[in-house]
Design a protein around this ligand. Structure first.
Ligand SMILES: NC(=O)c1ccc[n+]([C@@H]2O[C@H](COP(=O)([O-])OP(=O)(O)OC[C@H]3O[C@@H](n4cnc5c(N)ncnc54)[C@H](O)[C@@H]3O)[C@@H](O)[C@H]2O)c1
Length: 299
């Protein structure tokens, strides 16, 4: 029973199909109305934090392709963000708006959720994805980096969820998906803030799921293994320094070694998993995590 508010226009193919069937104008109008009201029921409002790059962009792409209206967010040059927005809208049926909320700023986060609701009339799916990394020994780890990672990778999800709950409760419908990590389940050295934040997000996921279970709102986490995005590419030189290895050794002996398949996870695969968790079929899946890590955490 997904709900949304903005309907899509029928496309040329649909009109041609009715013409091809030889339907009269009344029958066509009725069929068109039925098609439109179906679209209206299906189009949801989806907010994806940190969706100007990597996994978040793949998730936004998956929902737009389904016909959902999506709020994208994250950093980038204005022309790059315009390009992303235009490409997304051209790729599917949904409408796309951009909100520049900085995930370290609670007031901006609240404004992003309010803007989504004011623009599209609801917030049906919330994907907490924004995240950063820093790789360094604990004794050398900059205090401001610790604070920044906890703010972006953990506290921002508290702020988005807090703002979205009244809207979802009122509609008795919602899907909250937190992009955690294999590092929400197991640790690696030199990633103290990231591992702490990702373990924390699993606790928040379970707590929110219990509070929302009777309101038609599910809350789950996805725990990906390594995906070759800018976040991973940027940490290769620092990991090489921390471990005294070459960058090639880090890729093969640290990153891909962690995953028994010895392959990177694809961002699109996380998009597909998000669509499942947001589906009606997943309505009894709540308060849990799904690993997509090539077998990493089975070891
Ligand atoms: N890449 C991986 O291997 C991997 C594995 C497991 C989990 N994850 C998680 O997936 C999520 C996305 O990571 P990615 O690899 O796609 O990274 P990425 O660097 O490609 O994208 C991160 C996104 O977050 C945005 N962002 C960063 N700081 C922000 C802030 N203060 N406010 C708003 N937006 C901000 C960036 O602009 C970008 O859009 C993160 O939570 C990450 O921890 C990634």
């Amino acid at each position: 029973m997904a709900v949304g508010s903005i309907a899509k226009e029928p496309d040329g193919d649909t009109i041609a199909m009715f013409a091809g069937l030889g339907l009269g104008s009344n029958a066509f109008a009725l069929q068109q109305e039925a098609a439109l009201s179906k679209e209206k029921i299906m189009a949801r409002t989806v907010v994806v934090t940190g969706s100007t790059s990597g996994i978040g962009l793949a998730i936004a792409t998956a929902f737009v392709a389904k016909g959902d209206n999506v709020v994208i967010n994250g950093f980038g040059k204005p022309e790059e963000i315009d390009g992303i927005k235009n490409k997304l809208e051209a790729s599917g049926g949904g409408k796309v708006i951009y909100h520049p909320a900085d995930m370290t700023k609670p007031a901006e986060i609240a404004d992003m959720i309010a803007t989504a609701n004011n623009t599209f009339g609801s917030v049906d799916v919330l994907v907490n994805n924004a995240g950063i990394q820093h790789v360094e020994k604990i004794e050398d780890f900059p205090i401001e980096k610790w604070d920044q990672i906890i703010a972006i990778n953990l506290s921002s999800s508290f702020h988005t969820i807090r703002a979205a709950i009244p809207l979802m409760k009122a509609k008795k419908y919602g899907r909250i998906i937190n992009i955690a990590s294999a590092h929400g389940l197991v640790a690696s050295p030199f990633k103290s803030a990231y591992v702490a934040a990702k373990h924390g997000i699993l606790g928040l996921t379970k707590t929110a799921a219990l509070e929302l279970a009777e309101f038609g709102v599910t809350v789950n986490a996805i725990c990906p293994g390594y995906v070759l995005t800018p976040l991973v590419e940027k940490q290769i030189p620092d990991t090489a320094k921390a471990r005294g290895m070459t960058e090639e050794q880090v890729k093969n002996e640290v990153i891909l070694k962690a995953q028994p398949t010895h392959e990177f996870v694809k961002a699109e695969e996380i998009g597909a998993l998000s669509l499942y968790l947001a589906s009606d079929e997943a309505r009894q899946v709540t308060g849990t995590h799904v690993s997509i890590d090539g077998g990493w955490t089975a070891e």
